[in-house]
Ligand binder design. Structure first.
Ligand code: PLP
Length: 381
């Protein structure tokens, strides 16, 4: 299969994969929960990994300046963003980057703002550090509630963990909102940690804006944490990076232990290099497939479950579905697994009050999406 053919293998083949997605449930359950795609990875990444393995090139991760070089080209080309190469630091993955940054900067046992509904990992990462999440929910159009955020900064909360584009709703926040957020953060001497892992998967009809590309207030208050692992589908390789764009934020990133670099994987680091430097054809073709999928899902939902609401995401392959009319509440996902043999993510993993929602992964073939919807219909009887 080449980079121009983005296809998901048949279910029989997928079930032989070793990742959590394919091992969590018995083989008769169709997994549509965890955020990984079913497509084959880009040829360049595959070839690079095969070469490294065949040459026993599997040692510890030393300096890999190629990551900053390749991301610099990608960021300039995609987002007209001029990064400062010297301020990029490798970390094990995005979760470790966020947790270690917060830990090193004295956030443990304190408070951090998040904006629900938001990726369940955020709740878990803050829990690791005994941090109290201060939820300032997204507005009904999924914009940030900037007044609410400012109130919390004014009350003394010093960090905001931003998800841009947002998981699970797929919102890519506007430059105007991010610029205003930066102004507010600057005014209150707060820090914005911007998780941008879904950014390369932004659809053509929307624009992704990196937080650090929103002017000097953003540069002096922000840190970007990201990886190619989500968009190029290599989460198991364990590598990510943090990036700053000012002396003061670089000094804060430098407080993280050296070990966060050493704990990243050499294979993962070079997968990132390959993704950012040679993986754009694969990426663009994947985004086209996902674009067809999100529209297909929308029209199938309209036909089969007109009672369910779903707003097309601006980015990514996750669908945030309001299924409240099914009246299954917290039991929705277990009901679907038991009675339909299909697994989704419970809405309340993204914030306790979202029991009316489920998250569905459409990073697969339309055949599997149809199969998933048929199983849901069966479960609902
Ligand atoms: C917003 C977001 N951040 C981070 C992650 C996980 O990244 P990592 O495995 O690099 O910690 C995910 C995974 O789904 C995610 O959606």
């Amino acid at each position: 299969m080449s980079d121009s053919q983005i296809e998901a293998p048949a279910l029989g083949v997928l079930h032989s994969r070793h990742s959590s997605k394919w091992r969590r449930f018995p083989v008769d359950v169709l997994p549509m929960h965890v955020a990984e795609m079913d497509f084959q990875i880009a040829d360049g990444i595959k070839d690079r990994l095969i070469k490294m393995v065949s040459e026993s090139d599997l040692g510890y991760t030393g300096p890999v300046p190629e990551v900053a070089q390749s991301f610099e080209g990608f960021a300039k080309d995609r987002w007209n963003w001029n990064i400062d190469r010297s301020q990029l630091k490798l970390v094990t993955d995005v979760g470790v980057g966020v947790v270690e940054f917060l830990r090193a900067n004295g956030a443990s046992n304190g408070k951090v703002i998040i904006n629900s509904p938001v990726y369940h990992g955020f709740w878990e990462w803050l829990g690791e550090l005994n941090i109290e999440p201060v939820d300032v929910p997204l507005e009904s159009n999924y914009d940030l509630d900037l007044d609410g955020i400012e109130r919390e900064f004014a009350a003394g909360v010093k960090f905001l963990l931003l998800c841009n584009p947002q998981n699970p709703v797929g919102k890519a926040f506007s430059r105007a909102q991010l610029t205003e957020l930066a102004k507010i953060a600057k005014k209150h001497d707060a820090i914005v940690i911007s998780d941008e892992i879904h950014a390369p998967l932004t659809y053509e009809d929307h624009e992704f804006t990196p937080y650090l590309n929103c002017g000097s207030d953003a540069e002096s208050t922000g840190i970007c944490v990201t990886s190619s692992s989500k968009s190029w589908n290599h989460a198991g390789l364990k590598a990510g990076f943090v990036l700053t764009q000012s002396a003061q934020m670089q000094a804060k990133a430098n407080l993280m232990p050296q070990a966060t670099h050493w704990r990243s994987s050499l294979l993962g680091a070079f997968a990132m290099v390959e993704a950012y430097s040679n993986g754009t054809d694969w990426l663009d073709n994947t985004v086209k497939v996902l674009d067809d999928n999100r529209k297909f899902l929308k029209s199938e939902l309209k036909k089969r479950f007109p009672e369910v609401t779903f707003d097309l995401p601006d980015a990514g392959y996750l669908a945030w579905l309001n299924v409240g009319v099914w009246n299954l509440g917290k039991d929705t996902v277990s009901h679907l697994v038991t009675n339909g043999r299909v697994s989704l993510v419970p809405g309340n993993d993204h914030g306790p009050e979202y029991t009316d929602f489920v998250r569905l992964n459409f990073g697969t073939s339309q055949e599997h999406i149809s199969e998933g919807l048929a199983r849901i219909a069966k479960a609902l009887g």
